[in-house]
Design a binder for this molecule. Structure first.
Ligand code: C5P
Length: 322
């Protein structure tokens, strides 16, 4: 599909209304429980996914008209800093291109074009759902620009074939995701002030789940306590915030930290710097620190130490509440 130019009968340039410039927010997992392997090679999980104020930017220029175009042409370009774009594939494995192909197929074959310009800001293979967030943004934008009018459920179904995190990122608010990630329920949780420690290396999702299997597959406790502690209003008093340290757990963290000790070092340094809780996000390696509302930032020494261990400066972001 990529690169096969459609034929345009009228040479007039498409109007600006055929372009959308949208943010593609990343996510953090505030708990992640792996229940066990499945027959299809995936793992059954239960995880709280919250969008955060760190986003890629996706510019989508697209149009469809079955009477004018004979085929579908889809292109993708990267914009922005080379370091942020490092490791982003430009071939059909890119989740934006896969999302366009899956959406066209679900709509019975779109004839027209889609041109994407992707500006990466979310680190790649970081456990922050960067690629899935791009796919979610692409699906929403194309649904509009191609006039497909698919409903949220249908979009989520298409998204789940593109990547396990896509349905959660399509939601745009905190959700509990179950199954392999495709079963989504809105979650009532407060927005949180966070510090993200990203790393100069990435972890593949398949590796993280493989290491969980290899290490004997430990499943953490029922997350009901964590959900109750994160309810809007429940966090107003600092005592509850402190309880998150014992309640938040990611079952992939131990297997990943076992292979990448920097993850554990960062977590310990964050706790020492005074965050209420620290947890690895998704399949890692990013570590999320939860700041109390009166902690604007870490002290300068902690910031320097964390950057030395992780290889990247810390980021201050908020997670979205419901
Ligand atoms: O769905 P996605 O392409 O993001 O998954 C990448 C890989 O991560 C899968 O091929 C699988 O190995 C692993 N995975 C898993 N269980 C999940 C999600 C992902 O084992 N629920």
């Amino acid at each position: 599909m990529t690169g096969s130019a459609g034929e345009q009968a009228t040479p007039a340039p498409p109007a600006p209304s055929h372009t959308l410039d949208v943010p593609a927010p990343a996510k953090v997992n505030l708990f992640l429980r792996v229940l066990g392997p499945r027959d299809d090679g995936y793992h059954e999980l239960e995880t709280l996914v919250a969008p955060v104020g760190l986003a890629d930017r996706l510019r989508v220029h697209a149009f469809s008209d079955a009477e004018v175009f004979r085929s579908l042409s889809v292109t993708l370009e990267l914009a922005g800093s080379r370091r942020d774009a490092a490791g982003v594939p430009l071939d059909e494995s890119n989740l934006v291109l896969r999302a366009a192909a899956a959406l066209s197929e679900a709509a019975g074959g779109v004839r027209g074009f889609a041109e994407f310009v992707l500006e990466k800001r979310v680190p790649v293979s970081a456990g922050l759902g960067g690629g899935s967030g791009d796919a979610a943004a692409a699906l929403r934008a194309l649904n509009t620009l191609w006039n497909l009018d698919l409903g949220d459920e249908e979009l989520a179904r298409v998204g789940s074939a593109v990547g396990s995190d896509v349905p959660a990122l399509l939601a745009g608010h905190p959700v509990v995701a179950r199954g392999r990630g495709e079963r989504i329920d809105a979650a009532a949780v407060a927005g949180l002030a966070l510090v993200l420690v990203t790393f100069s290396f990435g972890v593949s999702t398949a590796d993280a789940f493989g290491w969980w299997d290899e290490d004997g597959g430990q499943t953490g406790p029922d997350p009901a306590g964590a959900l109750a502690a994160l309810r809007p209003g429940a966090l107003r008093d600092g005592g509850d915030l402190a309880s998150l340290a014992t309640l938040l757990r990611n079952d992939l963290e131990k297997p990943v930290a076992g292979r990448h000790p920097a993850v554990r070092e960062v977590k310990e340094r964050l706790r020492h710097a005074g965050v209420a809780a620290a947890i690895m996000s998704g399949s890692g390696p990013t570590v999320v620190g939860i700041r109390s509302p009166d902690m604007r930032r870490l002290d300068a020494q902690a910031e320097r130490d964390l950057e030395r261990i992780a290889g990247r400066p810390v980021l201050y972001v908020d997670s979205e509440g419901s």
